[in-house]
Design a protein around this ligand. Sequence first.
Ligand SMILES: [Ca+2]
Ligand SMILES: [Ca+2]
Ligand SMILES: [Ca+2]
Length: 251
Amino acid sequence: MLLLKTLVVGVLFKAVIQLPKVAQGKDIDMGRNNITILTEGMLFKDVTNLTSLDLNNHKISTISSKAFSVDMSQLKDIPIFWLKKSVTKVMVNDFNKNGIWDVDDCRITAEKIISIGNIKGAQAKEVYKFYSENAPMYFHTATNLTEWLIADLNFRDDPNTRQLIHDYLETWFRVLDLDGDGVIDQHEFKVFWDAYGLDPNYMKHQFDYIDKDKDGLISCQELVKVYFDYFYNTEENANIFWGPLKDIIMI
Ligand SMILES: [Ca+2]
Ligand SMILES: [Ca+2]
Ligand SMILES: [Ca+2]
């Protein structure tokens, strides 16, 4: 099995080097859940799952996990940085590992926030209520990542949703402001960061990135601004709202 993996990955490396469209991403790190995009049609997360590779067509035809596969033919005009951010947020939020960010994941998030934040009673109920409601329709209906991403993009581009998202974020801010003093401090931010299982090495970077006025606290306005940037901005920057971006390798 090990030999097969070595062989397949060796072939993949060769293919990556030979193909003209190599872009984005640094390398294929076997120890992490990286994402690979095939311009021909698929995106998936873990190269150790590859079982065969059709070199003539530059296609990987068999993978044991299709959790994060994406039909790129339907996402051709998507800026790659936005795609990276979007897939990263889905992977971070996909607690039940079905390849999309769905309402079940939202409920699991609530449980994690409540547990890690040691939240009790009525406040815990509020957290659960927030995460159980408010999800856009495609959190209920999307059946795969391609559908989810297209719906997310449409949701983003709908002029009517901007205010909705703004209101949603204000409510979310109050949920994350555990002691209700109107700001998110480092302890409260750590509850958020840990609940999503994000890499602790990047927490301070992102806290400081959100804390634009450098008073050591995150205001509602600061949080909304940075979340909006993550969702709407396609230009590359240092915003890692959902933790470090997953590597994407275009072949
Ligand atoms: Ca899920
Ligand atoms: Ca607070
Ligand atoms: Ca601040």
